[in-house]
Design a protein around this ligand. Structure first.
Ligand code: NAD
Length: 307
């Protein structure tokens, strides 16, 4: 017989026993932490700028937020900051506790923090997310996780609250590796989709016809079918909202930078990723792309002629 509301009650009781420190309460971290608190976890938050988030007890430092926590979650801008926060919080964490980093950082930082955690007998999981701010608020993120089986099992209840899917990708760093490979494909396919639309325009091809053909032919991709960069064509997307993000071009630039950094470190040949990085860097730094959705590459290609 389904347990229905009794099962829910049991989960809430379990969650209430869980003490969570949440460090980094920005666009993503604040709604993720709020969802954990709503599910009944006791969440103590810290951010260097944000001083209050609904339903969270706030601490005066990262170390204070981590003190006595079963799980410390971090949602920070980059690997350098993650390493500094890890230096501060790991000595405060008790053996058997777990550090769950959901930020997008370089693979080396993820692995270094996991090693450092092991030195303190603290488990570590790197679990970057996809789904953006909307997914963080709705609790529908996808997590791609790296760490031991035991550590992954321990954070599974948190993934269920903050997200709708979690894939255990392998050992430490595997989550970050999956994230940057996925986003390298995304950056390159978005550029390919945008440049093809701009060429189609210049050839006098109707955009709707272009979508009807490509979305059901071998050129289809998530960029074309689910996130079409042409306004008024395909499903609702940031293109229909003046290219307001969505997923900002500068975040794509960050992820493409991480994938090239990783490719250099292991000697992988990634010419499409390198070119996508170059184009997004120019777009963000010189062509007004900062603050626009990453699909705003379409008006950029339209406006340009062949060099
Ligand atoms: P954000 O800049 O809004 O939030 C980062 C927060 O970290 C800020 O509030 C900042 O004050 C805080 N912070 C910085 N240094 C700190 C420190 N030493 N101690 C405590 N807090 C500190 O960024 P975001 O959009 O929330 O993104 C967070 C991470 O998630 C990034 O790694 C990003 O790449 C990744 N991500 C973002 C999105 C998105 O759509 N925004 C999507 C997927 C992944």
């Amino acid at each position: 017989m389904p347990l229905g509301k009794h099962r829910l009650q049991l989960e809430e009781d379990n969650m209430a026993q869980l003490k969570i420190g949440f460090i980094g309460l920005g666009n993503m971290g604040a709604p993720m932490a709020a969802n954990l608190a709503k599910a009944g976890c006791h969440v103590t938050g810290f951010d260097t700028v944000v001083s209050q988030v609904d339903q969270l007890t706030m601490a005066r430092s990262a170390a204070a937020a981590a003190d006595g926590a079963d799980i410390v979650v971090t949602m920070l801008p980059n690997g350098g900051i993650l390493r500094r926060v890890a230096d501060e919080v790991l000595p405060k964490m008790r053996p058997g506790a777990l550090l769950l980093d959901c930020s997008t950082v370089d693979v080396d930082s993820a692995r270094a923090v996991a090693d450092q955690a092991a030195g303190h007998e603290v488990m570590a999981v790197d679990a970057p997310v996809s789904g953006g701010i909307g997914g963080a608020a709705a609790g529908t993120l996808t997590f791609m996780a790296g760490g031991s089986e035991e550590a992954f099992a321990k954070v599974q209840p948190l993934f269920e609250i903050m997200g709708q899917k979690a894939v255990h990708c392998g050992g430490p760093g595997a989550g970050q590796a999956a994230k940057i490979c996925n986003n390298m494909i995304l950056g390159a396919t978005m550029i390919a989709t945008c440049e093809a639309f701009a060429l189609a325009d210049k050839l006098g091809l109707d955009r709707q016809k272009m979508f009807d053909v490509v979305s059901t032919s071998s050129g289809y991709s998530w960029s074309m079918n689910a996130y079409c960069p042409a306004p008024g064509v395909g499903p609702q997307s940031p293109a229909d909202n003046g290219y307001k993000p969505g997923f900002a071009a500068e975040l794509m630039l960050k992820d493409l930078g991480l994938s090239q950094q990783a490719a250099e470190a292991v000697g992988a040949d990634t010419p499409m990723g390198a070119r996508a990085l170059e184009l997004y860097r120019k777009f963000v730094e010189e062509e007004g792309g900062m603050g626009q959705d990453f699909s705003a590459m379409l008006p950029r290609f339209e406006a340009k002629t062949r060099d």
